[in-house]
Design a binder for this molecule. Structure first.
Ligand SMILES: Cc1cc2nc3c(=O)[nH]c(=O)nc-3n(C[C@H](O)[C@H](O)[C@H](O)COP(=O)(O)O)c2cc1C
Length: 309
């Protein structure tokens, strides 16, 4: 039986439904020694800002049981260096680019999206409204991550939407009581998909030195330990939304990815697992083809939201 892994993700054609999670795959070239990144459904870049950022002070990474805490603080080369030095490698490859962006305020996000489209630097935009390691959004509820306030999510999404015709994905935080409200707010603002989940805020303390293990004190928890939380949030959001969900959080294997599709994700992203096994995402691409064939399914759509109850 012939199976097709192709999908259309909110206007972006992908040869398979597997991408990589922002911040765990650099700008693609870093993984070129391990496999041909053109085999991915899309490459998602590290969060890009208008100007380069050095990020937080070390230590910025700590291992935890079944995962890791990070407080990188959006270290990145900035838009100009991305366009000049990182983009040419990716454009040699037959793979769509999802450019993840981070801005101070909605206008900066919009400016990034506009410039990326104008300069051919992206095939889709993923707006990171949920970085746990920077705090600069203000709402009537005090200082929050943008993605914690549905009104802000809607307003930011509308502003970015008006600046680009590229497919727009909005990345949300799991650090909320319910994911449904911010997910609906992104949809109302004009997002073509939501990306779930960013990291869970956490911390670790060294009992001998009594010091926090991260210089930033708190960081974002990722890896297999967060997978059940992510699957649940994808399930909640997918049932409430008309737009697709990109599922991520602790995916290590084909079986993990299948869980996300069954919960309602239309595409998946591998993050922390790429640090342990650089070609993990490609193994999942190949594993999905085998899974579909083994279960006599012709395409991924037959799995999406297909959890039996
Ligand atoms: C070291 C590290 C850096 C990250 N940097 C970003 C980032 O720049 N932008 C972003 O939207 N998410 C970032 N994330 C979050 C991931 O994209 C992903 O949402 C999260 O790690 C959950 O997936 P995982 O458990 O498979 O890693 C980062 C995660 C890690 C571990």
């Amino acid at each position: 039986m012939s199976v097709s892994l192709e999908i259309n993700l909110g206007g972006l054609h992908m040869k398979n439904p597997v991408t990589v999670a922002s911040g765990t795959f650099g700008y693609g070239q870093e993984y070129d020694a391990y496999f041909d990144v053109a085999q991915l459904g899309a490459v998602t870049t590290k969060s890009l800002t208008l100007k380069p950022r050095a990020g937080n002070k070390p230590p910025r990474l700590v291992e935890t049981p079944a995962g890791m805490l990070n407080a990188i603080g959006l270290q990145n080369v900035g838009l100009e260096a991305y366009l000049e030095h990182k983009l040419p490698f990716l454009r040699q490859k037959d793979v769509p680019i999802i450019a993840n962006i981070y801005g101070h305020g909605p206008d900066e996000y919009a400016e990034l999206a506009r410039l990326l489209e104008e300069k051919g630097g992206a095939d889709a935009i993923e707006a990171n409204l949920s970085c746990p390691n920077v705090h600069d959004a203000k709402s009537s509820r005090g200082t929050v991550l943008v993605a914690q306030d549905p009104e802000l999510v809607c307003a930011y999404t509308k502003t970015i939407r008006s600046a680009t015709s590229l497919p727009l994905y909005v990345k949300l935080t799991p650090n909320v009581a319910t994911i449904v409200e911010p997910a609906l707010a992104a949809q109302e603002g004009g997002a073509d998909a939501v990306s779930l989940i960013n990291t869970l805020i956490g911390m670790a303390i060294d009992p001998e030195t009594r010091r926090p293990r991260l210089a930033n004190i708190v960081g974002g928890l990722s890896g297999p330990c967060i997978r059940p939380v992510a699957v649940k949030m994808v399930w909640d959001a997918a049932r409430a939304l008309d737009i697709p969900v990109i599922g991520m959080g602790g995916i290590c294997s084909t079986e993990d990815a299948v869980q996300f599709f069954l919960a309602g994700a239309s595409a998946v992203a591998l993050g922390s697992m790429s640090f342990r096994q650089p070609d993990a995402a490609i193994r999942v691409v190949n594993g999905l083809a085998d899974y579909l064939e083994g279960h006599e399914l012709s395409g991924i759509a037959a799995l999406v939201g297909g959890m039996a109850q």
